[in-house]
Design a protein around this ligand. Structure first.
Ligand code: FES
Length: 165
C-alpha cells in the first residue's frame, strides 16, 4: 500500500483535523469542497496557507482551489467581524435595489466588499442568490435572512452592530 507523506503547515493541531477530512476521502480531489468546509469551520476562514496546503495535498491546481473558494459565498477568505452582513446581489435582489443598499453601507461604514470595519464589529459580504428571491431584496445579518429590506432599515440595524462594544 502506498503511504502518503503529508507535511502539515505547522504543529497547530487544527491541521490534523483538516488532514483527517482529506484522509477519510482517500485524498481524492473531489473532496475539495468538504475539505474547505473543514478549514473554514476550524479556522473561521480560508487563508492562503490553507488553500495552498489543500491544493498540494489533494493535487488540485491552486487556481481551481481559489476558484471554488471564491465561487461559493459560504467560504470566507478573510477573518470575519463580530457581525456580518451579506447583501444578495443576485438578479432578483439587484433589480429591487440591493446594489443601492450595498453602496450606502460601503459609504456609511467606509467599507468595501469582503472587508471588516476598523472596529472589527462589522463585515460586509455579498452573495449571488440566497435562495430567498420571493422576499427580494434580501440580506443576511448574523445568519438571519431579512426580506423586503430598505436602505434605512438596513443602516439602522448595522449602525447598532457597528457601535456594539
Ligand atoms: S437573488 Fe437574492 S435571494 Fe435570490
Amino acid at each position: 500500500m502506498l503511504i502518503k507523506k503529508i507535511i502539515l503547515p505547522s504543529d497547530d493541531n487544527r491541521w490534523k483535523l483538516i488532514n483527517a477530512t482529506m484522509k477519510r476521502h482517500g485524498y481524492q480531489p473531489n473532496s475539495l469542497i468538504e475539505t474547505l468546509h473543514t478549514v473554514q469551520e476550524t479556522f473561521g476562514y480560508l487563508d492562503e496557507i490553507s488553500l495552498k496546503f489543500v491544493a498540494l495535498t489533494l493535487k488540485v491546481p491552486l487556481s481551481s482551489v481559489y476558484g471554488v473558494a471564491t465561487f461559493y459565498n459560504f467560504f470566507n477568505l478573510k477573518p470575519q467581524g463580530k457581525h456580518t452582513c451579506v447583501v444578495c446581489l443576485g438578479t432578483a435582489c439587484y433589480i429591487k435595489g440591493t446594489n443601492v443598499i450595498a453602496e450606502e453601507i460601503k459609504k456609511e461604514f467606509k467599507l468595501s466588499m469582503g472587508k471588516t470595519t476598523e472596529s472589527g464589529n462589522l463585515s460586509l459580504l455579498s452573495a449571488r442568490c440566497l435562495g430567498a428571491c420571493g422576499i427580494a431584496p434580501a440580506i443576511v445579518i448574523d445568519g438571519e435572512v431579512h426580506g423586503n429590506v430598505s436602505v434605512e432599515k438596513t443602516l439602522e440595524v448595522l449602525r447598532r452592530h457597528e457601535n456594539d462594544n
